[in-house]
Design a protein around this ligand. Structure first.
Ligand code: SF4
Ligand code: SF4
Length: 509
């Protein structure tokens, strides 16, 4: 029987030896383009499984996955589930996670809508409470209403998933480091062999926390939406610039080995400070600066702050920030990086700058009151329409593969609700406390349906306009971004119309 091998260069020798030892055949190494449907056995390297998005393994029999010097037959998933169970019983977290990772490859290659694998990246909301009221964030108007912290008992219902994940993200809707339980929760995650990642406003940082960051964190992202004190404190209401700077230097001194990312949401209020932020990042020893686009919020009514309205200015300052990054050795990622060959000078952006700066930068007290009234109306509407988002249908936007968030990543809020992904929180699959175990929610009808739609080659309606699809950052999915990708769904159109009627007046929906 012919043995076709699709693998990385570095694994060729090892896989070649295993093919002869285990399958008694020499390996026929092929590139992706040379994969042919159904010609004997196939060995797919674990590191390349995510590229097999178009049923490239279909027809080969048997199909093996190569992972850490071992071949796994994809028809033997039941035995692997059993092996994983034994390893968990023995508290061999590392071994159990390895087997879980192979099961994830199998779920992908078999196009399973019911996953046998648990997520590898688990985002668990530590709290939805925040000590800031940033002008582009929901906290600007929610004012911590009904905010809570994640309880240890809720985590009990996710323990099986935490034992098998490799990375835990502490974020949800609030500032993770202000939860009084966060250190205890980090210890629990780490006890099962997880690495920790988080985004923070860095307002709270004691020595105990620094110790955990140094020992347990893979990276830490710090939100800094202004390089100058006045801008920073006007955007991040309630935060102190001095505290931020002091804490940035503490991290530089005490945990120099942990990757630090400084992030800024670009808005007309702070765009001119992009190069200065790169300088600040350099001074405080950050490794990377990420500039993100603002997602406007209906209640805040900040569509005019979005830099996509001022494309030349966004590109001009992105280019300046990137130049500064090159000069100082800081890696800069900007959502509005200019196209190659486009060079803008200050004269090119004068008109846009004038337009941008002609509007007031900050809301008056009266406007804030108006915003709170709008929030009351919209939130009431959302509460009564929450249940409309418990299913989805295919669109005609084509794709191959499946979204990472339905295969390897998972978002749980502090109440134990599992959502479709960190972007579509309103689409909820179920609650781990109510269902009693993680896997039944992970395979609830909503998530099964989404997987089924993706694997049939279409993007689900709930995923239209998704920034993660747009940026190509999803490892297991490719989609054709056609104009239909940007259309509102029928449900969205209906909801917008109803909201417009409720709010009255000119609201930019
Ligand atoms: S610090 Fe983060 S969560 Fe808190 S208000 Fe600002 S953006 Fe929102
Ligand atoms: S495609 Fe986007 S919206 Fe859909 S599940 Fe994935 S991350 Fe969420």
């Amino acid at each position: 029987m012919k043995v076709t091998v699709y693998c990385t260069e570095k694994n060729k020798t090892e896989i070649g030896k295993i093919a002869v030892a285990d399958l008694h055949e020499p390996a026929d190494f092929v590139t992706y383009e040379e994969l042919r449907k159904g010609d004997g056995a196939l060995i797919a390297d674990h590191e390349l499984v995510n590229t097999l998005r178009k049923d490239e393994a279909a027809g080969y029999s048997p199909v093996y996955i190569y992972f850490k010097n071992r071949l796994f037959d994809i028809s033997q998933a039941d035995q692997l589930v059993e092996e994983r169970r034994s390893l968990v019983e023995e508290k061999d977290w590392s071994g159990a996670k390895d087997i879980n990772e192979v099961l994830c490859d199998m779920d992908f290659l078999c196009r399973n809508t019911v996953n046998r694998s648990y997520p590898d990246f688990f985002q668990i909301e530590s709290t939805d409470f925040c000590n800031s009221r940033c002008i582009m964030c929901e906290h600007y108007f929610t004012r911590n209403k009904d905010a809570q912290i994640l309880q240890m008992e809720t985590l009990e219902h996710m323990r099986d998933a935490i034992q098998l994940s490799r990375r835990i993200n502490l974020n949800g809707m609030g500032e993770p480091f202000i939860s009084r339980l966060v250190k205890q929760q980090i210890d629990l995650y780490v006890g099962y062999g997880n690495k920790i990642v988080a985004n923070t406003n860095l307002s709270v940082l004691d020595d105990e926390l620094i110790g955990r960051i140094g020992r347990d964190f893979e990276w830490l992202a710090i939100s800094v939406d202004g390089a100058r004190k006045e801008t920073y404190e006007s955007i991040r209401i309630g935060m102190s610039y001095e505290t931020l700077i002091r804490n940035l230097y503490k991290l530089k001194e005490k945990v120099p080995h942990v990757k630090k990312i400084i992030s800024m949401v670009m808005m007309r209020q702070n765009v001119c400070e992009m190069p200065e932020l790169v300088e600040l990042a350099h001074e405080v020893g950050a490794d990377q600066v990420v500039f993100l686009n603002l997602n406007p919020n209906l209640i805040i009514g900040n569509a005019q702050d979005v830099m996509l309205n001022y494309p030349k200015t966004a590109q001009y300052y992105s280019a300046k920030a990137m130049e500064k990054g090159k000069e100082l050795g800081v890696h800069v990622v900007a959502a509005n990086a200019p196209d190659p060959g486009v060079e803008l000078c200050f004269d090119d952006i004068r008109d846009e700058l004038g337009k941008m700066q002609s509007m007031p930068m900050w809301k008056s007290a009266e406007e804030e009151q108006e915003m709170l009234k709008t929030a009351g109306i919209v939130n009431k509407y959302i509460e009564t329409h929450d249940q409309e988002q418990n299913t989805t249908v295919p669109t005609n936007v084509r794709c191959s593969g499946v979204c990472d968030w339905l295969l390897k990543n998972c978002y749980a809020d502090l109440h134990g609700n599992i959502s479709m992904c960190c972007r579509n929180l309103i689409y909820r699959a179920g609650n781990v406390e109510k269902e009693g175990d993680f896997l039944s929610v992970w395979n609830a009808p909503l998530l099964k349906k989404c997987r089924e739609i993706f694997y049939s080659g279409y993007v689900p309606e709930a995923c239209l306009k998704c920034g993660m699809i747009e940026s190509g950052e999803l490892k297991y999915l490719t989609a054709d971004i056609t104009p239909d990708f940007y259309k509102d769904t029928a449900l969205k159109k209906k909801q917008k119309q109803e909201l417009k009627t409720l709010l009255g007046g000119p609201h930019d929906l």
